[in-house]
Design a protein around this ligand. Structure first.
Ligand SMILES: Nc1nc2c(ncn2[C@@H]2O[C@H](COP(=O)(O)OP(=O)(O)O)[C@@H](O)[C@H]2O)c(=O)[nH]1
Ligand SMILES: [Mg+2]
Length: 208
């Protein structure tokens, strides 16, 4: 498991023809498959749990306090896919800049995948999901794969019905998962499911 302080451009933009994907072929051993690196961005309103999901997925930790920025530009985690190949995810957090919506295209313009997060105790943050989907569809890379996380599923008093968002996601071919960064519920699942879709997009391109 790897977590690293970020350096810009970790997953080389544009590798093998898909933004945010970088493929390294291991020559020689047939047992070794290629390693794909993919840039995944977290989007959503401030306070919904983006940093918490990144921390939970990459470091298995939860911080009960809201920190506007994290020290690293991105965290890393390796996902093993069903076919045995590995995907190294560079999980980028907007570091508080989601407050200035116009800035965020810098994060997602070269992303292979995006997790759009809302807080299921905050209806306004759910409304914002459609804004972020529109942003990515109109200004993001054409092949970007998206997942929607209904976060804070551990909180009993939900302000929104997850079925409404699930119906929207089904209509728009987006993954929908209820997550809790606090308990860890479905956090691995959402990133791994997204990674599988990112890898499939890569394969559909005929390995570049
Ligand atoms: N109960 C609960 N609280 C959460 C969860 N995820 C995040 N939080 C809390 O929500 C606040 C905002 O989280 P943060 O990750 O900083 O949000 P961000 O602004 O989107 O990065 C913090 O106090 C977190 O501890 C969750 O799944 N359940
Ligand atoms: Mg944050």
């Amino acid at each position: 498991m790897g977590c690293a302080n970020g350096k810009p451009g970790g997953a080389a933009p544009g590798g093998q023809g898909i933004p945010g994907l970088n493929v390294q072929d291991h020559n020689g051993s047939p047992a070794q498959r290629s390693t794909i690196e993919a840039k995944i961005v977290l989007l959503g309103d401030s306070g919904v749990g983006k940093s918490s999901l990144a921390l939970r997925f990459c470091q298995g930790r939860f911080n009960p306090f809201h920190e506007v920025t994290i020290g690293a530009a991105f965290l890393q985690q390796i996902v093993r896919l069903r076919d045995g190949s590995q995907l190294k995810l560079h999980v980028w957090d907007t570091g508080g800049q989601e407050r200035f919506r116009a800035m965020t295209h810098l994060y997602y313009r070269d992303a292979a995948g995006a997790v759009i997060v809302y807080d299921c105790t905050d209806p306004h943050s759910q409304e914002s999901v459609k804004y972020w989907v529109h942003e990515l569809r109109t200004k993001g890379p054409p092949d970007v794969r998206m997942a929607v996380a209904a976060n804070k599923s551990d909180v009993e008093t939900k302000a929104v019905d997850p079925q409404d968002m699930k119906a929207y996601c089904d209509e728009n071919n987006l993954l929908f998962v209820e997550t809790s960064a606090k308990t860890g519920e479905n956090v691995g699942l959402i990133f791994e499911s997204l990674a599988t879709r990112v890898a499939a997009a890569h394969q559909n391109r005929g390995q570049g």
